[in-house]
Design a protein around this ligand. Structure first.
Ligand code: ZN
Length: 365
């Protein structure tokens, strides 16, 4: 059986956002972005939000990547499995399962801390999670607001993960190659101070080709699909992937600000549906929220976040873990150094299905 295109190239076109080069862009040019950030601070926040809400009505139904879930990569992976099954002339093939210990899908809770107030409020968010047996990561900006290191130490001691959210909370890191190189030492220093393994770019600005050079084990700046960010786009994948030696861990749920502020949602229905659909594809559910005022700092938003925590706490097949541990697993799975990693079955049919490993005595039910 031959396929009239390169599957590997198609995959790279999606996950590395190379499709952007061939599509009309609704994002702003470099010059427009510079102008936007130059005038932004002179525009009252209320007016900024009103303008964004009008824009949002246009943004929420992009034809590609689909929002909130784009199944392009899932379909490509299925098609790849179908080709392998056909080539082997068989109805079922074993493959290395997506997640450890018989889990059907994975969940990561992550936060970007935008301000000193946000860092103070992080403790309250950590309490809400810990009460439900959950942990999360908090990404902190190196040089943008005063950092209360007592809070950082407390979060670390309680088993939360710390990550780096840029040197400055602006687009400077990816604004030029010179700036990217110049900020590397500061990123390294902050990484060492926090004991951080991971990075998320401020406002998810990114040059995908440079992400593999970040001094981190993983990056989580690339959305699955996010038409609402200043740099819209997405990798269309519900699984992590490698950019060089850096593991890219896409966030796969709409952000808190998108859902509650821009779209004015008053329930967690969008998050719940997305959670269920990604679980059905055995993917990674990653939620990005902010502890800051205007985000989870608002009582109403915090209550909705608690509702989501309640949804995920009693799902024994969902691997609730930290980004650094999910990334360590993804490397192990890729290296296949261990002989007894869990094995799933790809089964032929109208659509190829992926069956999880059979449960055993020590796996959850
Ligand atoms: Zn941020």
């Amino acid at each position: 059986m031959t396929v009239p295109f390169s599957l590997a190239e198609a995959y790279t076109n999606y996950v590395e956002e190379r499709w952007r080069a061939t599509r009309p862009q609704r994002s702003l040019s470099e010059r427009q972005l510079a102008l936007f950030y130059g005038v932004k601070r002179f525009i009252p926040r209320r007016l900024q939000l009103a303008a964004r809400r009008r824009l949002v009505r246009l943004q929420r139904n992009p034809d590609f990547p689909r929002w909130p879930l784009d199944e392009s990569v899932s379909r490509l992976v299925q098609f790849y499995a179908k080709c392998l099954l056909a080539a082997a002339g068989t109805d079922e093939l074993p493959f290395r399962w997506f997640w450890p210990d018989g889990h059907h899908a994975a969940l990561l809770l992550t936060h970007d801390v935008e301000s000193a107030d946000g860092l103070r409020l992080a403790i309250g968010i950590a309490d809400l999670e810990e009460e439900r047996g959950l942990r999360s990561s908090f990404n902190i900006v190196a040089d943008w607001y005063p950092i209360d290191w007592g809070i950082v130490r407390e979060l670390t001691a309680r088993g939360f993960e710390l990550g780096v959210h840029g040197v400055h909370h602006d687009r400077s890191l990816f604004s030029s190659r010179a700036a990217f190189e110049q900020q590397q030492p500061a990123l390294r220093r902050m990484s060492a101070k926090l004991g951080a393994a991971g990075f998320r770019s401020p406002a998810t600005h990114r040059v995908v080709d440079w992400l593999s050079e970040l001094p981190f084990a993983y990056d989580c700046s690339v959305p699955h699909s996010d038409p609402f960010e200043p740099q819209p786009g997405g990798c269309c994948s519900v699984w992590p992937f490698f950019l060089g030696d850096v593991v890219e861990v896409p966030y796969t749920l709409p952000q808190d600000h998108t859902l509650f502020t821009l779209l004015g949602e008053r329930s967690v229905a969008v998050w719940q549906t997305q959670l269920e659909r990604i679980e059905a594809q055995h993917g990674l559910v990653q939620l990005l929220t902010h502890p800051d005022p205007g985000y989870l700092g608002e009582t109403r938003n915090r209550a909705l976040y608690c509702e989501f925590l309640e949804l995920v706490r009693d799902r024994p097949r969902l691997w609730r873990t930290l980004p650094r541990d999910a990334v360590a697993w993804w490397r192990l799975r890729d290296a296949a150094a261990e002989p007894d990693l869990p094995v799933g079955i790809a089964r032929a049919g109208d659509e190829v299905t992926f069956e999880p490993p059979a449960p055993n005595a020590d796996s959850p039910d």
